[in-house]
Design a protein around this ligand. Sequence first.
Ligand code: ADP
Length: 542
Amino acid sequence: MLGLMQDWPLLCHKIIDYAAAQHGSREIVSRSVEGPITRTTYAEIHMRSKKVAQALEADGFGLGDRVATLGWNTARHMEAWYGIMGVGGVYHTLNPRLFPEQIAWIMNHAEDKAIFTDLSFVPIVEAIADKVPSLRKIIVLTDDAHMPKESKLDLVSYESWIQGYDGDFAWKEFDENTACGMCYTSGTTGDPKGVLYSHRSNVLHALISAQPDALGMSSNETIMPVVPMFHANAWGIAHSAPMVGAKIVNPGGQMDGASIYELLDTEKVTFTAAVPTVWLMLLGYLEETGKMLPHLKRVVIGGSACPRAMTEKFQDVYGVDVVHAWGMTEMSPLGSLGSIKPVYQSLTGSEKLDLQEKQGYAPFGVEMKITDDENVEHPWDSKTFGRLKVRGPAVADAYYGGAGAEQFDDEKWFDTGDVAHINEHGYMQITDRAKDVIKSGGEWISTIDLENLAVGHPDIQEAAVIGIVHPKWDERPLLICICKEGKTPSKEEILAFMDGKIAKWWMPDDVAFVNEIPHTATGKIQKTELRKQFAEYVLPTA
Ligand code: ADP
């Protein structure tokens, strides 16, 4: 027997309809690519996204068409997304930090037919447009006055392109499982793989992530998604913020400490989210200037492990709660969040920080397990680590085009490629990427634990640990560090600091000091590159 309730399809454009109806005057503030801070509202964004839909339709784009976006977080970028989704198209976010050849490869794989690009990325589009035969429209997210004076391409400014339309457009109707968004994983091994979101998965992800114990969204919050829209949907904030009517503050392309601080302060941001590297810059700026964060209540940190020292500084010095989160492009992206359950509410000081070093627990809608290589499930005992597997309504079921099929099993469990343990209360802790974990004498050493510990040393700016071949133990850890400006700690001092805080056999065999640690386009330490750089390295213990 079927229920007698309405079959109200979960479609993303209903989110912006809702925001306009219930929170129409709520502001969206953006640091524009042209320079000035711009202000708009959900009502305006709604109206203009309908104009985008009209213009797309007039140009012959519709159901199933992939439309790329190459832009920072701005109101125009949001309008483009909702307009694309509203005609049944698929917004395809491109990461401008990738090499142009990689962007062209991804666009060809997705067969993008049109692109919205920020003014600052026009040179990238110029470099690759003739390598992407499917591309037939290039819209620059600016007005006529700021358009490049000359270009070998046929460009149109966003403002002039939508100008002739009145916004009187009925969103297209289709099944909620229709594709609406696309994002390629960075592909540190092999080619990038396309994740294809559906309207249903995005709406459910927004509902799930908005909950109080997840991102804690509300119309009373002012949210700054520093995490870019091209990095796994800005962790879903471009959907969840309008769903609750929160004010959004978009940082555009300026993520240095001073620029981020300026917006946090002038716009009285209450909640923000980004990867640790962004927060390193902000904390450095605050330390230099002695400024404080009186308005900010909560910061969500994820994308890579949040160092303990960072959590401590935010909480103890600036009075800002840290929520450590884990996720993946394949999970829309949120997989777990470190909100504090009742059993842990009484924790303080270093015990609380121990808990916050974990990546948190899965919200409703994410099932999680850890297994050995033979798929035998491990207990939740907070020590046995294994392969982390997940499933849920906002988790990928396959990659676009069928790549990586071995990561999905018959029961829909997706192998994340992360190695983790889970404690008795469901709190998961990532100990490594499966390909980064150090295998020493048949036992595993977590490089993330070692890195977190090393950056707790007051003279260390950033740390990375890789396995170096060892004649007796197969692999042993090498700690690679960047020191803070003007600091020159010795190897012995660093090791003495770590000694006693981890198992003896986890201690790095050596410490190397460098001026730079390579990062991926999404701000993660690029261990493949480090392994290449240190390929010939011989440990003193070898
Ligand atoms: P990209 O490689 O394009 O950045 P994702 O953002 O999807 O792709 O990266 C997901 C991966 O990032 C996870 O599988 C995990 O290895 C890592 N990651 C994300 N959040 C955390 C975290 N809080 N701690 C440790 N690793 C994390």
